[in-house]
Design a protein around this ligand. Structure first.
Ligand code: CP
Ligand code: NVA
Length: 311
């Protein structure tokens, strides 16, 4: 397996291996590692980022390498050089290529032209690096994913898609509640439900936030307006999503020791109340920290060719 473009590129055993490696690297953060000694990793950001940018750069440093940040404006790509020629050229210099952009098709084009590993650092449809950190956090803070029920309340977006895939792959249950018109991508839902049928998990889709949250061990939400969503949709979205705010009254439907999860950045007072963010239930900064440990694990495993990919 060369690239990670979506979580389902991984086999189930790969996913379990990555979580074990991340746990190990988390416990020995400053052990000298040299997988990337004298080598560079190119990080291309066509959208803003705090967590992904800093965690992946730090992961590169922990493996002995040097991160190089680029944005489209700084590359000839911004003046019309093709994705393919950009990928072929960077492959001659760097050891891996990490890309955050809009269209999934563009990342796929980078990956097929590149001879080095390509990692999706968020597209409109997927955020696999986030899901790796989320699954590790669930394992650490709640328990084995296969015995966990997670409610995802809000927009059926990139973060929702990757989390849904990850929970299904590990045999857990995810109950997704969105307003009408903001459901997750139907093809990805069918795929995740097929995976869940094999792993003993479940993927439930509804418009009922209260029902999805009932008995959940974690309640997860994300912003109502993602990067790249048309800004003129903002008012319509806020109105449609308003009943889906994660607040204390929704959290009371879940289990007694429920955890609150969010990929960040958050918008207090929109998708989540300040009260829930400030409550002991919130594990959002554990998720943020685990972005680093899972990035180390992912880079290590791709570079050392330890991943076999989905069958
Ligand atoms: N969660 C996440 O990907 O955050 P950034 O946009 O800050 O990278
Ligand atoms: N859904 C959000 C996630 C940000 C990390 C977005 O795409 O903007």
């Amino acid at each position: 397996m060369k690239d990670l473009l979506r979580l389902t590129d991984l086999g189930r055993a790969d996913l379990q291996l990555l979580l074990r490696l991340a746990h190990r690297f988390k416990n020995e953060p400053f052990r000298q590692r040299s997988e990337l000694a004298n080598q560079t990793v190119v990080l291309y950001f066509n959208k803003p980022s705090t967590r992904t940018r800093i965690s992946v750069a730090t992961a590169v440093a922990r493996l002995g390498g040097i991160p190089i940040f680029v944005s489209p404006r700084e590359l000839q790509l911004g003046r019309g050089e093709s994705i393919e020629d950009t990928a072929r050229t960077i492959s001659r210099y760097a050891r891996a290529f990490v890309i955050r952009t809009f269209r999934d098709e563009d990342v796929a084009r980078f990956a097929s032209a590149a001879t080095i590993p390509v990692i999706n650092a968020l597209t409109d449809q997927h955020h696999p690096c986030q899901a790796l950190a989320d699954l590790l956090t669930i394992k650490e803070k709640i328990g084995p994913v296969e015995s966990v029920r997670i409610a995802y309340v809000g927009d059926g977006n990139n973060v929702c898609h990757s989390l849904m895939q990850g929970v299904a792959m590990l045999g857990g249950t995810i109950a997704i509640a969105t307003p009408k018109g903001f459901e997750p991508n139907p093809a990805l839902v069918v795929q995740a439900q097929t995976i869940a049928a094999e792993t003993g998990g479940a993927v439930e889709i509804s418009h009922d936030a209260a029902r999805a949250t009932t008995d959940a061990a974690a309640v997860y939400t994300d912003v109502w307006v993602s990067m790249g969503d048309p800004e003129d949709e903002r008012a319509r979205r806020i109105e449609a999503f308003h009943p889906y705010q994660v607040n204390a009254s929704l959290m009371r439907r879940a289990r007694a020791n429920v955890k609150f999860m969010h990929c960040l950045p958050d918008h207090p007072g929109e998708e989540v109340s300040q009260e829930v963010l400030d409550s002991p239930a919130s594990i959002i900064f554990d998720q943020a920290e685990n972005r680093l440990h899972t990035a180390v694990a992912l880079l290590h495993a791709l570079l050392e060719q330890r991943l076999v990919g989905s069958p």
